[in-house]
Design a protein around this ligand. Structure first.
Ligand code: FUB
Length: 452
């Protein structure tokens, strides 16, 4: 790996080789649930705490991208506090959100205090970033053994369904209001048939002691439909989990085992995710444990691009590079949020709901990276907006592979700071933003943009 040498200091800034997977390194992002809305991909995730030694999950986060390589933190819009029926401050497990008729419905699982087991709740908002509220004040599906990991699917005929389960798989039709059930809760047929959900190969003796599935299905269902075929993908095989799928010509089954999609997730004994289609391209999301300080309880969302093999989901290998070809270039002449990046080191994001977010916990040597930034014919000025100054410092902007910054922003006070830019920088480049200062925390960073 090539490191950047600046002012005699070797900084942890890798030129050209920087990995994009996992896609967020400012916070842990388990159980990614992507959703395409117009030209934007939203990624709803859980949140493993930085010091988690077991599942330690209090809230759910939101990210978005329009290019599939640079992701923007959109806040922490939902916490267990939104659900009066749920155990507070813990067990905020996997979720998925969907938009219908201008409303956003975020299905979560959390511990139902009435029984001490997970149940499924729904929160509703006018915008993906909230504010969300629980319209029911009670679980949509009360707690029961294995009632985790809700996935929502709206069929071509407008009928919506909720599937969920760990060591069991259940489903129900949703009413058009999306917050009540139109059917009984039914078990998915043939969950015990290897031809439907694959043969189980137990890896650890201790797994024989639990309520054993006879098939591959473990948890984390995800539904998709393509050319009239329903695709149900899921975490499979017992822990460590891999990702597999089954298909059906009907949402009600029978299901037919399709095979393995992904191997056991690197650094994580669970895997959880789902696929999307945008601009004629297909992407599979999952979580892994390879971010700095990552582990099986500190998991991060990752993405791989794939191509369907006819009617089959292919086997998708894990990569460090992730999505290589952006959907489009990033426009730095419009406001670029500081919390937009393809990679980072050291920095964190705020932990609030709402629409205004920023980069925080910034120290000397921390950096972010953005891919495919379109300078077009060059810029003359750069404006950066900073807030919450704790100590003075600077923000240095580099082009990939060039050791001299093209812009240096001295930071001594809050607000907008404008500086000259090296006008030679033209075309599409990757940009590194390096923070410099003393030994203590420096300042918070809100946004930046170029001026022609
Ligand atoms: O994140 C908590 C639990 O771990 C999820 O609900 C499961 O799918 C597994 O990823």
């Amino acid at each position: 790996m090539k490191k950047l040498l600046i002012f005699g200091a070797v900084l942890p800034m890798v030129i050209g080789m920087s990995a994009v997977n996992p896609v967020v390194k400012t916070t842990f992002t388990p159980d990614p649930a992507p959703y395409v809305h117009n030209d934007t991909v939203y990624m709803f995730t859980g949140h493993d705490e930085d010091d988690a030694q077991y599942f330690k999950m209090k809230d759910w986060q939101l990210f978005s991208t329009t290019d599939m390589v640079n992701w923007t933190y959109r806040g922490t819009p939902l916490t267990t506090a939104a659900f009066k029926w749920a155990k507070q401050g813990d067990n905020a497990w996997a979720s998925q959100a969907v938009e219908r008729n201008g409303k956003w419905y975020w299905y979560i699982c959390a511990e139902d205090t009435a029984c001490g087991l997970h149940g499924i709740g729904v929160a509703v908002a006018d915008r993906p970033e909230g504010p969300y509220s629980d319209p029911l004040g009670k679980p949509l599906v009360p707690g029961s053994w294995g009632f985790i990991d809700p996935t929502v699917f709206i069929d071509d005929d407008g009928k919506a369904y909720l599937f969920w389960g760990n060591n069991g798989l259940w489903y129900a039709e949703l009413n058009p209001d999306m917050i009540s059930l139109a059917s009984e809760v039914k078990p998915v047929a043939d969950l015990d048939k290897p031809e439907a959900f694959g043969p189980l190969r137990l890896k650890h003796d201790w797994q024989l002691g639990k309520k054993v599935m006879k098939t591959n299905f473990e948890e984390g269902p995800w539904l998709d439909k393509r050319n009239g075929i329903y695709y149900l993908s899921y975490a499979a095989g017992g822990v460590p989990e891999h990702m597999a799928y089954s298909t059906s010509r009907s949402i009600h089954g029978p299901w037919k085992y399709g095979g393995r999609i992904m191997n056991e997730s690197p650094g994580s004994f669970t895997i959880h995710g789902g696929n999307i289609h945008i601009n004629g391209r297909d992407f599979m999301f999952y979580h892994q444990g390879l971010a700095p300080n990552g582990s099986g309880f500190r998991r991060s969302a990752a993405v791989e691009e794939f191509e369907w093999k006819g009617d089959s989901i292919p086997f998708i290998p894990f990569t460090d590079a992730g999505v290589i070809r952006p959907l489009k270039n990033l426009d730095p002449f419009s406001t670029v949020e500081a919390e937009t990046m393809s990679d980072s080191w050291g920095v964190k994001t705020d932990r609030t709901a709402g629409t205004s977010h920023y980069l925080t916990s910034i120290h000397n040597g921390d950096w972010t990276r953005l891919k495919s930034v379109d300078f077009s014919n060059g810029a003359s000025r750069l404006t950066a907006k900073v807030l919450n100054i704790k100590n003075p410092g600077s923000i240095e902007f580099f082009i990939d592979g060039v050791e001299k910054p093209f812009a240096v922003v001295p930071v001594e006070k809050n607000g907008d700071i404008s500086v000259d830019v090296n006008p030679e920088v033209k075309g599409v480049k990757d940009v590194y933003i390096l923070f410099r200062g003393g030994d203590s925390e420096l300042f918070d960073f809100d946004s930046w943009h170029l001026v022609r």
